[in-house]
Write a protein of this length. Structure first.
Length: 306
């Protein structure tokens, strides 16, 4: 299976490395020092239960050199989405499948605006990683999971082929019959985690232990559930409370990629996370004052400070 990994950071890097380790024909789109290191030393995964080094690997910063592929694993930061979707046109043939494993629920709207909606499958990625140094992805927790599926809920040959490639690479993968619900389920917790850790500047532990901030976290997630349900997504009414139970069971030092980005002076994905909740809530008449507050608090940092 020919796979192009578009965005070779924490998500694309680890899952692309595992796919290549399992025998898939993978090409990484990367840039800068990260690209140089991957070309010279391969790509490495450290910190997880099983360190991986794949070398040599194919990597480039020019999509036109990749050629057309069977599947695009799309994992760039949300602020780069539309620019990169235009750049990868040489990679996408009429039968190419595109799966976004980015954050949020607006991502597939952008994919459908650029490519045939029939080429798009839904995807959700669960993993805690960061680029430790050029060419090296550090896994900071044991969880690594990909969920994907057709938006009509049907099984498909292309989905089965990707599932086989994932399992061969040791990825905990699942072919879902309700991928839209899966995307929103992740969104509920992600918006709560990212919004609170980034605005409060601390990991999840102190937030869940303090009664006032714990209530804030819950109410942020309740807004996401209300917006999802109003948009026709099959989320349980008490799903926010269930996600609060998850927050109680993760490591106390768990934080979010948006928190890391703020600390590093990078651009933030808040426009598509809490800001996305506000946008979708306005469309269906659901008030989202807490997510609006998060988006407003972080507005001056959204573009980054570098």
């Amino acid at each position: 299976m020919r796979i192009a990994v578009i965005g070779s950071g924490g998500v694309g890097g680890i899952f692309g490395a595992k796919l290549a380790h399992g025998g898939a024909d993978v090409t990484f789109l990367a840039r800068g020092a990260h690209l140089t290191a991957i070309r010279e030393q391969g790509i490495q995964i450290e910190g997880g239960p099983e360190p991986i080094r794949v070398s040599p690997v194919k990597a480039t910063d020019d999509p036109s050199l990749i050629g057309t592929v069977d599947l695009v694993l799309f994992a760039v930061k949300l602020w780069d989405t539309e620019k990169v979707l235009n750049q990868i046109r040489p990679v996408v043939a009429p039968k190419t499948t595109i799966i976004s494993f980015q954050n949020g629920v607006l991502k597939d709207t952008y994919l459908r605006a650029h490519y045939d909606p029939g080429q798009i499958m839904g995807g959700v990625g669960y993993v805690a990683t960061t680029i430790d140094r050029p060419g090296v992805i550090r896994q900071t927790g044991p969880m690594q999971r990909l969920i994907f599926g057709e938006f009509d809920g049907q099984r498909s040959a292309r989905g089965e082929a990707f599932l086989s490639a994932c399992l061969s690479g040791g990825i905990n993968a699942e072919f879902s019959s309700d991928i839209l619900r899966e995307i929103w389920e992740k969104f509920v917790f992600l918006v709560g985690l990212s919004g609170t850790t980034t605005t409060m500047g601390v990991p999840i532990g102190p937030i869940r232990e303090n009664p006032q901030t714990r209530s804030f976290l819950l109410d942020v997630m309740k807004e996401v559930v209300a917006v999802g349900r109003a948009n026709g997504v099959a989320l349980a009414e008490d799903y926010a409370e269930r996600r609060l139970e998850l927050a109680d069971n993760v490591a106390a030092d768990m934080t979010s990629s948006m928190h890391h980005d703020l600390q590093r002076g990078n651009a933030l994905e808040v426009r598509w996370l809490s800001g996305g909740v506000v946008e979708l809530g306005e469309r269906v008449g659901v008030p989202t004052p807490l997510n609006r507050a998060i988006a407003d608090i972080l507005a001056l940092r959204q573009a980054g400070s570098k």
